[in-house]
Design a protein around this ligand. Structure first.
Ligand code: GLU
Length: 298
């Protein structure tokens, strides 16, 4: 299988310019290294009717193309279940009955890193589990033997972050993102993961899980986000931030694409032009402040 990169949007709403900029980067990283580029719709959670089609249309409109068909996570539950079964057979999972509130209020375990699951359900007896099962359905957590892991990132170098007993399947039966992403990337032959750097903190957990599943850890590049004037991650409420909003304000898609490319130090125009000179080493490492309707050429 030719190695691949990917973009993996969650169809929860319209893509904004920050998402589009990340998609352009993922495309450039993959295409500049001879990889295939795959499109995976992460629709296990928060899918909104019509959002997928709109997202794919917007990606195509800025010039991002992909190889093969669309892969949807809701079609792949059997793969996630098989991975959880393998972990369970190896004694690497346990049932968890905690509510969010109970986790929040539990005293944290000694030496546990900030934000780590406190381990409340880790060592329940069979009888305790049976009585809790009668009250509420269980989530499935990983029984982690590590408290941290280090990943290598093209832009960040070595990054060490928390590993805890994170959720693999929620108590409503939905597969958790951290499990699905690891299983899918491996099953699709994806060996390069380019995504927003807000996801860097989850990456050590994913790499650790990959090692337990005997899956190769992909190359990672966590790219800087687009932020609003206050330095916060761009959101719909920040005004005209989608292609549709911008078109309604008189800004054509080519101009949005060009502004995104120029913000990355790349030449404006069709993406093939940027591809010819793309060099990860010269990418900006700082977030880009979205100039709104004051974008270049407007
Ligand atoms: N679906 C995730 C998101 O839209 C991205 C996951 C990933 O790239 O690993 O934020």
């Amino acid at each position: 299988m030719t190695p691949a990169g990917r973009f993996a949007p969650s169809p929860s709403g319209v893509l904004h310019v920050g998402n589009l900029r990340t998609a352009i980067l993922a495309w450039l990283f993959a295409r500049s290294t001879g990889r295939r580029f795959l499109m995976r719709v992460e629709d296990l959670d928060r899918a909104r009717a019509g959002a997928e089609a709109e997202q794919l249309r917007d990606l195509a409109a800025i010039g991002v193309d992909w190889d093969g068909g669309i892969v949807r996570q809701t079609d792949r539950e059997h793969l996630y279940a098989a991975a959880i079964d393998r972990l369970t057979a190896a004694g690497l999972t346990y049932e968890c009955f905690c509510t969010r509130r109970e986790i929040h209020e539990a005293p944290s375990a000694p030496h546990a890193p900030q934000g780590a699951y406190p381990g409340t359900c880790r060592n329940l007896s069979d009888a305790e589990r049976a009585s809790r099962r009668a009250v509420r359905p269980a989530a499935v957590r990983l029984r982690a033997a590590a408290t941290s892991a280090t990943v290598q990132d093209v832009l960040h170098g070595g990054f060490t972050g928390v590993v805890d007993d994170f959720v693999l399947r929620r108590n409503d039966g939905v597969t958790a993102y951290n499990l699905a992403v690891v299983v899918d990337d491996a099953a699709q032959g994806i060996d390069q993961v380019v995504r927003g750097d807000d996801l860097l903190p989850s990456t050590p957990r994913q790499a650790y899980l990959a090692s337990l599943l005997h899956i190769p850890v992909p190359e990672y590049a966590h790219v800087p986000l687009v932020v609003n004037a206050d330095g916060a991650r761009l959101a719909k409420r920040d005004g005209a931030v989608t292609l549709a909003d911008l078109a309604a304000a008189g800004v054509p898609v080519e101009q949005v694409r060009d502004a995104l490319l120029v913000s990355l130090g790349l030449p404006a125009g069709p993406l093939d032009r940027a591809l010819k000179v793309f060099d990860p080493a010269s990418l900006p490492r700082e977030p880009w402040v979205w100039p709104g309707l004051g974008l270049p050429g407007a």
